[in-house]
Design a protein around this ligand. Sequence first.
Ligand code: COA
Length: 391
Amino acid sequence: MAGPVGRVVRRWYPKALSSSLQVPAFQLHMSETAMRASQKDFEHAMNQMKQLKDPGNEVKLKLYALYKQATEGPCNTPKPGVFDLISKAKWDAWNALGSLPKETARQSYVDLVSGLSSSSDSSQVKPEADSKQPEYETLVVTSEDGITKIMMNRPDKKNAITIKMYGEMILALKSASKDDSAITVLTGNGDYYSSGNDLTNFTDTVPGGLEEKAKNDAILLRNFVGCFIDFPKPLIALVNGPAVGIPVTILGLFDIVYASDRATFHTPFSHLGQSPEGCSSYTFPKIMGPSKAAEMLIFGKKLTAAEACAQGLVTEVFPDSTFQKEVWTRLKAYSKLPPNAMRISKQVIRNGEKEKLHAVNAEESRILQERWLSDECMNAIMNFLTRKAKL
Ligand code: COA
């Protein structure tokens, strides 16, 4: 790829191509003085480009064409084949400049970079709060290489999910759904992926008493699961260790589930006097068949990672010793795929079922609201909370 903009044009999305090719001769309104950009100005603009943040594919294509015209004159290379999308887009952009003189192209390049540079300066005076990631107490959220990673971060409590963590995950998912990343990953810190609902959540009191608390918790649960149903871009679970309860049941709403061979998958709802959530009453029978789903969701059968993979809940299992290295290498490659295409493919796969999933979520939350008030549930929670005192 020749020229200094070759590097930045490399990632190219066909949608930008169609609009960029419709821009006629890049609106070259030149005055006599402006026509005199020197070679030095041109080189300075090329260096400036390297410091600027990514201006988007359309602009990068314009810059490429102007650079080629300024340095080599009118397009003189054979037209690339129709399937070589990137080369063809670049060729088209350069060719569209026709016989534009080299000096004019050089000046246009300098003007375009100077415009980009001043708009990026003005973006730096934006209030800080606009660009700041929200601060989380129970999560670590990072965005790098086109991947937003949401990591549950209560390792000493096996990443049990408190009311606060539910709220923070909702925030983090909403923010990830709008950020620039191509894919989003959920994982856990420490030896567990997550031990599920923090059972001390049940001991919090609210002014309206137990009924009011059950009602509030059911609304929170429904909103939490709703975020997974509606998540607009590829969502990947990295199950780094054992998972219990809701972190297992929502796996049917992820696009990919990678697991360490140390991971286990356990949904002991009956033991706790509770019932399935996370749309698992619908997704599990669909994924693994009704009887395998019943073994997990009614009888609390714990699956190994290999079993969960054989039943379709997990996409692939990796040895724990190489888990992080292997999955991140793969995810970094995936994150370079055209993000709009990935989003749209996900929508095509998932949209038909969204309404059904929201209905299932509403019904599961309603039933759980009742179960949380049952003696069976209260006794099971008391047993867990007092188990150490009994030892
Ligand atoms: N809710 C509240 N606290 C939890 C928890 C949960 N879901 N999971 C783990 N913890 C806490 C433990 O109480 C303990 O806290 P402490 O150190 O203050 O005593 C700490 O995390 C470590 O857990 P511990 O039980 O000592 O570790 P372990 O390796 O012996 O067992 C589990 C781990 C996950 C098997 C066990 O903690 C457990 O069964 N937790 C409940 C899981 C559950 O039923 N989740 C709800 C599903 S619907």
